[in-house]
Design a protein around this ligand. Structure first.
Ligand SMILES: O=C(O)[C@H](CS(=O)(=O)O)OP(=O)(O)O
Length: 231
């Protein structure tokens, strides 16, 4: 198995074999909490207008999304795993657009298969990858706004690579210490607590809270559908 680590949209475009699109803070941590709280499917789109248009076609939908971390006007929820974890989404179809994570999925069209990457289900992803036995694994760290390295996304890429290669990893305490600052700074700003609450930091770094994988499948040219895969 050959494992490559890529970054940003260009990295997603290069992804081959099995692609893991990584967004720890926060899109794919939030996605896991959405599925854990009953979401039926998550439709990911790049652009805000596309999300609004899709909402006219998909029944029983809930609009979730942000730009610069702040909930979008007219959307039901922002991208906070903590706030999402307080709601029941049983049977709901989520329409999700975020600054980095959802764009990565749309751009990984050359990959044979796409799953999401976050700490909350990293061991499930590793087990899934081992079972699937692809020759090429592409780990794509989406970064901040898909254009600047995010330490937490690179940390997940390295953690997953280490796991697949049977190497030692940081424990939860060490990981939280490493990512507290500057990576986690955005969660400790008193003026943005309603969009990026401090609880999000630990919610995103709760290693292996969930034992399912999130797989992305093409729904239409501009839309991928995420589904929960139990191992
Ligand atoms: O909502 C988030 O935390 C981020 C905002 S940004 O990329 O850091 O500007 O969006 P995400 O797509 O979850 O990385």
């Amino acid at each position: 198995m050959k494992i490559n680590i890529y970054q940003f949209i260009e990295g997603a475009k290069k992804a081959e074999g099995l692609a893991v699109i990584i967004d720890v803070f926060r899109a794919f941590s939030t996605s896991a909490y959405l599925f854990a709280n009953g979401a039926q499917a998550i439709y990911t789109v790049s652009e805000v207008d596309e999300a609004r248009k899709l909402a006219e076609k998909i029944e029983n939908n809930v609009l979730v999304g942000e730009r610069n971390g702040i909930k979008l006007a007219g959307f039901d929820y922002g991208n906070s795993p903590y706030l999402i974890s307080k709601q029941n989404f049983k049977g709901k179809n989520i329409i999700l657009t975020t600054s980095a994570g959802t764009k990565g999925i749309i751009n990984a069209a050359q990959a044979e298969e796409i799953i999401t990457g976050s700490f909350v289900n990293v061991s499930a992803a590793a087990n899934y990858i081992e079972k699937k036995d692809f020759e090429k694994i592409s780990l794509v760290a989406m970064g901040v706004n898909a254009e600047k390295t995010a330490e937490e996304d690179m940390a997940l890429a390295q953690y997953l690579k280490n796991k697949l290669e049977g190497k030692e990893n940081l424990n939860q305490e060490q990981l939280r210490k490493k990512l507290y600052s500057p990576a986690g700074d955005k969660f400790f700003n008193s003026s943005t607590q309603s969009d990026m609450p401090e609880e999000d930091f630990n919610y995103c770094l709760n290693i292996d809270k969930f034992d399912f994988v999130i797989k992305a499948e093409k729904f239409s040219n501009e839309v991928y559908r995420l589904k929960k895969v139990n191992l």
